[in-house]
Each structure stands twice: as C-alpha cells, then as structure tokens.
Design a protein around this ligand. Structure first.
Ligand code: BYC
Ligand code: FE
Ligand code: FE
Length: 473
C-alpha cells in the first residue's frame, strides 16, 4: 500500500502504515478507549446521539480530502494523516539548514521536540473542554454544526500529536499521551499548559472570538512547525493546517455576522440602543476583542526568548513561510522592539534568533488587522459610524517582557491604579457574561437564526441555509 493512500477500514483510519507496525497499532488501539472516555466525559455535552452533517478526512489530496455526511460525534472517524512528501525534504532553518530532514528524532533535540509536541497537543483537547456546553445555546443549527465540526477536528489534532508521541518517543511519549487526557482546562490542580486554554468560553461571543484569535495562534504555530526539520512533524502539521482554515472561517465570519446584526439593530432602535433590541452592543464586542486578542498574543511566548532561539537554531521550528526568506540561519540580524527601561519605553535591538516569537507574532497581528479592516467595512456598509480596533500588543499581557507593567489599549505605560480604574471599560466583566447568557437562547429550527447574529452568506458544502445540519429529533 502506498504510504499516501488512506486505510479507512482500519480501526484507526491512517496513511502511516499502521497495519505494518503491530506494536504501534496495539499501543494506539489501547489509547483509543481512553480517548473515547475522555470525549464522553469532557467533550460536547448531550448531543452524542444526534446525527450531524460533518466532514471527515478521507484523502490527503488537496482537492478531495473532505467527505460530508451525517455522523454521530462518538462515531467520528478520528484518524492519523500525514501530507505526502514532494521530493527530498530538507531542514528548512537553523544551523543545519539545507541538510536532509530527520525521519527519526535526533537524540540531542529529543527533549525540546517532545516539549513542543506536548504543548501543541495539549491545546487541542483543552479547546474542546472549553466549548463543551455551547451546543445548548447555539444560535442556529448551522452554527451548532460548525461548533461540533471544530470540536471533532480538534480531537483529530490530538490524535495527530499522540501518534508522534507514541511512534517516536517510546515510554516517555506514551506517558505524555496519557497525561494529555488527564489535564483539564481551568482545573486548579492539573490545568492545561498555556494560559488562554484555561480561560472560560461560556457563550458564543467568546466562541467566535476564540476561533478568530486563539485558533489563529494555532494557524501560525502550525505554520512554524510545518517548517520543522523533523519530517513527520512537518507533514502532520501541514495537513492540520487544511482543517484549521475552517476554524478560522467560523471565527472571523461569526464575529462579522454579530457586528453586522448589531449595526442593524442600532438602526432599528429609536434610541440606537442595541441591548434594547436584544443585541450585542459594540462596547461589549470591543471588550471581547481586547480580552481574547491579548490572551492569544501570550501564546506566542516571550518577546525575547532563549527557547525560541534554540528551537530555531536546532531546526525544530521555522518562521512563517520560511522558504520566502533568503537567510535561513538568522545568525547575524537583529530585531528592534520596545522594552520598558527605568519606567520608560525605549527601543532595543535583540538578536534575531531570540526574537523569533515576536517575528511570528508580527505575522499574526497583521492577519488580525486584516480581519478588523473587514469587519469595519461591514460597519461602513451598514452606515454605522462605529469602528472596532485591536488593542496594542503590550496591553493586558501575562507572558513576556511587558508582564509586571501596565498599559492602556494604545500601549502607553500607565500605573497599576490607572489600569484597575479602567479595567471594566477595556475587558470582559462578569455582568457581560450574565447579559450574554441571558440573550443566548438556543435556536434549533432549520433556517432560523438568533436575533443577535446575522445569517451567514452561504451554507456548508453548498447546502441551503435551512438545511437540517443537526438532526435533533
Ligand atoms: N501560557 O521562552 P518563552 C492551537 C511558558 S494553539 C503559559 O517565553 P517559548 C489551538 C513557556 O512554556 C497553538 N505558559 O516561550 C488553538 C516557558 O515555560 P518554562 C499551540 C507560557 O518557550 C485553538 C516559559 O513560559 N501550539 O493549536 O519560546 C484551539 C518561558 O517561555 C505561555 C504551540 O504552542 C502561555 N501563553 O514559547 C485548538 C506550539 N507562553 O520553560 C488548538 C508549541 C509561554 O519556563 N509551543 N509559556 O517551563 C511552542 O512553540 C512554545 O512552547 C510557545 C512558548 C510558543 C508556546
Ligand atoms: Fe487544532
Ligand atoms: Fe483549530
């Protein structure tokens, strides 16, 4: 069997030749019931017996990998898929740039590589846990279906990483794979690894902001790992990126639909009072943007980072589209960034390799700015004067060089007291959640949408908007 063709009859669908590796197959088949137990305990609540119109990966060809049909979530065919190799892969970056890529884990990079894979893996089940109650307040069957599509694919992303741990990291890898099912988002004693993945995501405004801003970190981290010298990691993250595009679509268009509807409700109301019409006011939308954008910026790690320099130098993690750069070693350049020095912001030159987290964050911020421009065009089209913005990247940070200092949303240094006094103006507050939960009543009739969100411009897989995306009866 060619390595690129998918074995769909296997208990675990795969294109990695599991049938030829009985030991690995047995280990993964032993992990499978534990995964399903985790899914039943911590995955979406209550909709396990409902057929959902989901896409499943059945091929790794760019054109035809997706197959759409009704599936009950626990029966989803979670599989292991690597993109095929085109030509002889090389190490894209770092000290060994240009040499043949590794098909086994190099001993000297074993710990670093395991850590990267475990960190990536941990985010996938975490997000499913954060979103587990949202089906109960879905604004439409279309949105409910998209939520569950994202959830099952995050589950598959966990499989993608667990495969690497089991195949390449022996006993340690198996232990890490087990631990991934034991940590819990938001748990005091055994939390998920990264900050954003322990924040609550209790309503759909946060769901759309999360898939917009936090899944987008996923895109850029996966893109950097798809420039890895470790060939299996590169090939698996390349395939994950094709699924990730849908998550970002859900987030960006979900926010856009809320913004559009809010502008319409503002026009309808005699006093321009959006809440009076049961909608989501723009200040609240702005606070949500500020909140999830700042937590997502943290996911890129410190601005000045030895880890980042080591990962790049070792060829484990490259830049976004590393192939577009001429110099893949990045030994000599510097990166200018603003640092706090003696109570003032000053420019400092940092060796380029140490600034690799910030370089990737730049790509991310530019992408978010593009989405904001799009949302503001929507406002313009609805004759609204409101404009939404991204806060400064220094605002409300919990990782990196700005921790311990306080900034306003423009990025100006302020005192702790000034920050505390404005906090409720800038960031989500408990009453926001109460209000949002009060308006988020489920809408389960095909083709109907909650009052606080505009319908999408088209359905899924060419279907109509009133298609029965989830069969609840
Ligand atoms: N929260 O040198 P530093 C996704 C830790 S999302 C808590 O500044 P480094 C998805 C760090 O671990 C993509 N801790 O950072 C999205 C280190 O700990 P130790 C996930 C944090 O190492 C939505 C210390 O601080 N993929 O796929 O250069 C839904 C100093 O570290 C945080 C990856 O993350 C934080 N935010 O970079 C579903 C890729 N940030 O050594 C899925 C793999 C840093 O002191 N991970 N720390 O114990 C990495 O490449 C790196 O670990 C990071 C951090 C970029 C995350
Ligand atoms: Fe993912
Ligand atoms: Fe995702």
């Amino acid at each position: 069997m060619a390595i690129t063709s998918i074995d769909l009859n296997s208990k675990i669908p795969n294109n990695v030749g599991l049938s030829d590796d009985p030991k690995l197959r047995r280990a993964l088949e032993k992990w499978l019931p534990n995964y399903l137990e985790w899914w039943n305990d911590m995955g979406p609540t209550d909709f396990a017996d409902k057929p959902i119109y989901l896409r499943t990966a059945i091929s790794v060809d760019t054109g035809g990998w997706a197959h759409y049909d009704y599936v009950k979530m626990p029966d989803y065919r979670w599989g292991i898929f690597l993109n095929p190799n085109k030509g002889e892969p090389i190490i894209p970056c770092g000290d060994d740039a240009g040499k043949p890529a590794w098909t086994e884990v190099p001993g000297e990079h074993r710990n670093a590589l395991r850590r990267i894979i475990v960190t990536q893996a941990d985010t996938e089940p975490a997000s499913v846990e954060q979103q587990r109650l949202l089906g109960h307040t879905a604004p439409s069957l279309y949105d409910m279906r998209n939520l569950f599509q994202v959830n099952v694919e995050e589950g598959r992303h966990l499989w993608a990483m667990v495969y690497l741990l089991h195949k390449y990291f022996g006993r340690d890898g198996r232990d890490e794979a087990d631990a991934l099912l034991e940590r819990r988002s938001g748990d005091e004693d055994r939390p998920r690894i990264l900050g954003a993945f322990n924040q609550p995501c209790d309503h759909w405004l946060s769901f759309f902001a999360f898939t917009m801003f936090t899944d987008r970190d996923g895109k850029y981290q996966l893109a950097a790992l798809s420039q890895s010298g470790f060939d299996p990691l590169r090939r698996t993250t390349e395939f994950m990126l094709t699924e990730e595009a849908h998550h970002l679509f859900v987030g960006e268009t979900g926010m856009d639909r809320i913004i559009k509807r809010s502008a319409q409700l503002q026009k309808i109301d005699p006093n321009g009072d959006i809440r009076n019409q049961g909608g989501i006011d723009f200040d609240l939308i702005q606070r949500t943007i500020n909140y999830w954008f700042s937590y997502s910026l943290d996911l890129f790690g410190g601005e000045i980072s030895n880890n980042a320099a080591d990962f790049f130098g070792a060829g484990l993690k490259g830049r976004y589209r590393e192939n577009k750069f001429e110099d893949h070693r990045a030994m000599s350049g510097t990166y200018q960034m603003k640092v706090v020095d003696n109570g003032k912001l000053i420019e400092r030159d940092v060796p380029l390799r140490n600034a690799m987290n910030e370089v990737l964050r730049d790509n991310y911020v530019a992408d978010c700015e593009r989405a904001l421009r799009k949302w503001n065009r929507t406002l313009e089209k609805e004759d609204s004067k409101v404009r939404l913005t991204l806060p400064s990247r220094r605002f409300h940070r919990h990782q990196g060089i700005y921790v311990g200092h306080h900034f306003d949303t423009q990025g100006n240094l302020i005192t702790e007291d000034q920050f505390a006094a404005s906090r409720d103006k800038w960031l989500l507050r408990p009453e926001d959640n109460e209000y949002l939960k009060s308006i988020m009543q489920p809408v389960y009739e095909p083709g109907k949408f909650a009052n606080w969100i505009a319908p999408p411009s088209r359905g899924v897989d060419g279907r109509e908007q009133d298609f029965e995306y989830v069969k609840l009866r």
